[in-house]
Design a protein around this ligand. Structure first.
Ligand code: PMP
Length: 396
């Protein structure tokens, strides 16, 4: 039977890692894969995480199953982090969290919930978006539609976005990146979020807010502005939250799907469906990462440590953004790349073309995704002058 099965090309980013690893150039620079890197190019385990893990090793009493919603303490800890401790939605008991294997698992839960409970709805994705959004919703057999997000001059196309949202059929699902848009790095400002809210209300859309980078843009609360604005002004919404980046728990697969319903009663109904969707996918979520998050968020001391480490990472990324623009000044390119300092999160749509990206790789051993997306955390004070010189050599 297997003789008919075709081999498909591997993931483009994984291919990039392989090519980078095989490159013997000592000046090589990896701006590809989406993980945070410290000034030494490492993806460190946060100190707060290490300390929580050490405590867990001592205190964990069983490896028995946790339920399909995961550890209830995780939900209790994560809801105020995402929605704000004083959220009226929490006070009204209208929100529920179902722990999932990372943000990806949460998206798959959302997709299966939409397919089984809201049949016929399309999901509207930004163009561009994280490619796995397409795979996840296609995999769940949900019709996909797109709304514009970045224009041909590599700028946020907010007018195009809003005009498209105004045309979406009533009741469809619109996926919005809460902050640190992947792949572009272009985020909505607060006024733009208010305009999106008005359209969502007018069209009675169901927002699905993908919140994979809370704390990587301008801080935990600022980054939550859009998600909280929608949560506090709408009856219903879905949020997928991930602890992969902000707790550095990538491989521990830690996240959740948050449901907000009109009433506590309706929330319990939807929550009961989420348990079924989870059970049919993977039964129960992995425990370790969520247990670490609980341990950190339940301890004032570890929370302080974690927040200071997260702030350090966030500041480093934003400093590197400005440093890249400064490094391009001697080449007269600082205006052309000024948007890099304006964007937020790990990624930047640099505006470099596929041909320029190829030249950077072939001639300078600088690796980034063909779309011109760079992982800003891959810059260091050592490699920035080299990267700037290389960019100046390949742009016209
Ligand atoms: N959404 C977006 C926009 C992402 O960039 C990512 C991670 N690359 C995720 C969701 C999922 O993250 P994870 O499954 O690793 O938590």
């Amino acid at each position: 039977m297997f003789e008919k099965i075709e081999r498909v090309p591997g993931d483009a980013i994984l291919g990039l890692i392989e090519a980078y690893n095989q490159d013997a150039n000592p000046q090589k620079v990896d701006l590809g894969v989406g993980v945070y890197r410290d000034p030494n190019g490492h993806t460190p385990i946060m100190r707060a995480v290490k300390q929580a893990e050490a405590r867990l090793l001592e205190s964990e009493q069983t490896k028995s199953y946790i339920g399909s919603h995961g550890d209830p303490r995780y939900g209790k800890a994560i809801l105020p982090l995402v929605l704000g401790a004083g959220s009226p939605v929490l006070a009204a008991n209208r929100a529920s969290a179902t722990q999932s294997p990372g943000g990806t698992g949460a998206l798959r839960l959302a997709a299966d919930f939409i397919r089984t409970q809201l049949p016929g709805k399309s999901v509207w994705l930004s163009n561009p978006t994280w490619p796995n959004h397409i795979g996840i919703f296609e995999g769940a057999e949900i019709p996909i539609q797109r709304y514009p997000y970045v224009d041909g001059d590599n700028r946020l196309d907010f007018d195009g976005m809003l005009a498209a949202l105004k045309q979406i059929p009533h009741g469809d699902v619109v996926l919005l990146h809460a902050c640190c848009h992947n792949p572009s790095g272009f985020d909505l400002n607060q006024d733009q979020w208010r305009q999106v809210l008005a359209v969502v209300q007018e069209r009675e859309l169901l927002p699905l807010v993908d919140f994979a980078y809370q704390g990587f843009g301008d801080g935990l609360d600022v980054d939550a502005f859009g998600a909280r604005l929608l949560a506090e002004n709408l009856d219903e919404m879905l949020i997928t939250s991930s602890c992969s980046k902000n707790f550095g728990l990538y491989r521990e697969r830690t996240g959740c799907l948050i449901v907000i319903a009109r009433t506590a009663e309706q929330m319990e109904n939807v929550r009961s469906q989420m348990a079924i969707v989870a059970r049919e996918n993977y039964s129960t979520p992995p425990s370790h990462g969520a247990a670490i998050v609980v341990d950190i968020l339940e301890s004032e001391e570890l929370t302080q440590l974690w927040k200071s480490e997260l702030t350090e990472m966030c500041d480093r990324i934003n400093t590197l953004r400005r440093d890249l623009v400064d490094s391009l000044k001697p080449y007269g390119l600082d205006q052309r790349f000024a948007h890099v300092a304006e964007q937020r999160g790990m990624f930047s749509y640099t505006g470099l073309s596929t041909a320029q990206v190829k030249r950077l790789r072939d001639e300078f051993s600088i690796y980034m995704v063909g779309s011109g997306r760079a992982n800003v955390a891959g810059f260091t004070s050592e490699n920035l002058p080299y990267v700037a010189k290389a960019i100046a050599a390949v742009v016209d």
